[in-house]
Design a protein around this ligand. Structure first.
Ligand code: FES
Length: 587
């Protein structure tokens, strides 16, 4: 791709292209009066005409007492404002919805599209020449990029940054791989209540996002790979001076983007999405990253080609040694040079002409980052942690629309496995029976959970990490093949097949699996098959009526009526771009 962006400075005094406070005027039928009134009100806060005549930079404030992953938002906003004012702009922060994983019922994913709508509409409604998106916790960055992609003004992403790690008996610990690992130990009665309570104090050692390569860290790396952050914007921990310097630079760059008219559609191209997918695979990133990238790409008119994604996965090694696939934490990745170190190794596989928020290409930014140095977090290309990408795309009669497995976080012994299905009809059924001594289950069975897809739960919760039945866990079983139409946290570990499409709640084949059926998983053949004849499946479908969930009113009704399946990013159908531009990746 050739870089075709030409700077087109906004003509703020032109009636056709108003800028600054003249943008997005309230409809009173008299634009002169609308601007007069707007200025009168904002002057009530003490602004001068000189200040109000500058490029306006909106700053999306997602600080919330319910969101400790964004606990540094006040300091970040202060630093962004400093950067904006140093560059001659006028910073204006404003709130939107903020979503935290542990404080969102029924699940944060249920609210992601609402946050994207809030972000898009507030960018459209209020006057701003560029916008800084402050996000970090899992669903916030995708929601913001989805909304901003649809609004299409100059946009720059600022990540809140990862939390620090804690320590337990001399061992580094951090949310949330270690949360799950210690909880499994507690369930298996390997540690007692006193120790699990002590752990609870150590897992989250500061404000900021989860410290492993979960969804938040994955989306931070993806945002930088897309060209949506300043160079080095993905990795500084939340409470560091590096993070605050990134915030200041972000504010300064936002003003430049406003002056140059560098809108988001110049950056979020098919080539940029392919770069992001390469990075997702090379970091051993969260499977949720695929769903979110699919949704963001859909806002720009691109479909993610899962087969092409699998093809690039076969030639993209996992290089970053972070939990849950490896052993380090985000703060170690930052000390190892962060994304610059990774992008340098991946350079032969990247679209180097893709434009970034700096107005320079990704290739130019990699060159500007300087030379490599000795470190042990990002492996050389020829000495990977895992020879292929972290995520494989599966197909078969159980998932005609595809399913995925994070092979880099799975037990190698279970990659080729055939077993007897033990079926749970929904999350409540699972909760009531998984720890029962009466449960008929063996270590080589395959656990199947239905009705946790986009409509089934609703909101496609991260319940795909089905716990090992207690009686097997206490006998020392650490992993089993598990299958569902849901997602799992990027911090989880196990041989877990996710995103089975179409989901069971809309009558996908998963709905008709019965306990005792045989299922075959072959990661080498990219296969997930229910070993039941087509005729038998058709008979079951005819006998078992599936009622697609609905709701009477409100956001829940909007959600049920319009949410798409995982292969469309679980976005609302009416929010996707109306013009189809092609597929990504294009290989
Ligand atoms: Fe916010 Fe993990 S809970 S990033």
């Amino acid at each position: 791709m050739s870089n075709t962006f030409k700077k087109t400075p906004a003509k703020k005094d032109s009636p056709q292209e108003p800028g600054g406070l003249r943008k997005s005027l309230t409809s009173y039928g008299d634009n002169g009066f609308s601007l007069f009134l707007r200025k009168a009100f904002i002057k009530g806060a003490g602004y001068t005409d000189s200040a109000l005549d500058r490029p306006v930079i909106g700053i999306v404030n997602t600080g919330s007492a319910y969101n400790p992953c964004h606990g540094n938002a006040p300091q970040l906003i202060e630093a962004v404002k400093r950067g904006v004012m140093l560059a001659g702009g006028l910073p204006m922060d404003f709130p939107t919805i903020s979503i935290h994983e542990s404080f969102s019922h029924p699940t944060s994913m249920y609210l992601r599209n609402l946050m994207s709508m809030d972000t898009e509409e507030m960018i459209r409604a209020q006057p701003m020449d560029a916008v800084v998106l402050i996000g970090g916790c899992d669903k916030t960055v995708p929601a913001q990029l989805m909304g901003a992609a649809s609004a299409n003004i100059p946009t720059i992403q600022l990540i809140t940054g990862s939390m620090l790690t804690g320590a337990h008996r001399g061992e580094h610990v951090g949310a949330c791989t270690d949360c799950r690992r210690y909880w499994e130990c507690f369930r298996a009665e390997e540690i007692d209540e006193t120790e699990i309570a002590a752990m609870n104090n150590q897992l989250v050692a500061s404000v900021g996002t989860c410290s492993v390569m979960g969804t938040a860290s994955t989306m931070a790396c993806i945002a930088e790979a897309l060209g949506m952050t300043v160079p080095g914007g993905a990795s500084p921990p939340a409470v560091t001076s590096d993070r605050m310097r990134v915030a200041e630079m972000t504010g300064t760059q936002a003003v430049q983007m406003a002056r140059d008219g560098l809108t988001i559609d110049h950056i979020l191209t098919a080539e940029a999405f392919e770069n992001a997918m390469r990075v997702l695979l090379a970091i051993g990133g969260s499977t949720n990253g695929i769903v979110h990238l699919t949704a963001i790409a859909g806002r720009m008119g691109y479909d993610v080609d899962l087969q092409a994604l699998d093809r690039i996965g076969r030639e993209t090694p996992v290089l970053v040694d972070l939990k849950p696939s490896g052993s380090h934490y985000m703060e170690d990745f930052h000390k190892a040079g962060g994304m610059a170190t990774l992008l340098r190794e991946l350079k032969p596989l990247l679209n180097l002409d893709a434009l970034t928020v700096t107005g320079r290409t990704l290739g130019e930014e990699i060159e500007a980052a300087g030379s490599a140095f000795a470190q042990d977090v990002v492996r050389p290309f020829d000495k990977p942690i895992f020879p292929q990408g972290g995520i494989a795309v599966l197909q078969g009669n159980l998932a005609p629309g595809g399913a995925i497995i994070k092979q880099s976080a799975a037990d190698a012994k279970l990659m080729e496995h055939e077993g007897r299905a033990v079926v749970f009809e929904n999350a409540a059924d699972l909760a009531s029976r998984i720890d029962s001594d009466e449960l008929d289950v063996n270590a080589d069975d395959i656990l199947v959970l239905k009705n946790i897809g986009p409509k089934g739960a609703p909101g496609m919760p991260e319940a795909g990490y089905i716990p090992i039945p207690r009686k097997l866990a206490t006998a020392g079983v650490k992993d089993m093949v598990r299958i569902s139409d849901g997602r799992m946290s990027g911090t989880a570990f196990g041989t877990i097949v996710l995103n089975v499409t179409p989901e069971s709640a809309v009558g996908g084949p998963l709905a008709y699996v019965q306990s005792g059926d045989r299922i075959r998983l072959s990661v080498s053949k990219r296969e997930i098959s229910l070993l039941v004849t087509d005729a038998e499946l058709a008979t079951r479908a005819a006998q078992q009526h599936v009622t697609i969930p609905t709701a009477e009113r409100g956001y829940r009704k909007l959600f049920f009526d319009t949410v798409t399946q995982a292969d469309k990013g679980v976005d609302f159908d009416f929010l996707r771009a109306t013009e189809h531009r092609g597929n990504t990746p294009r290989k």
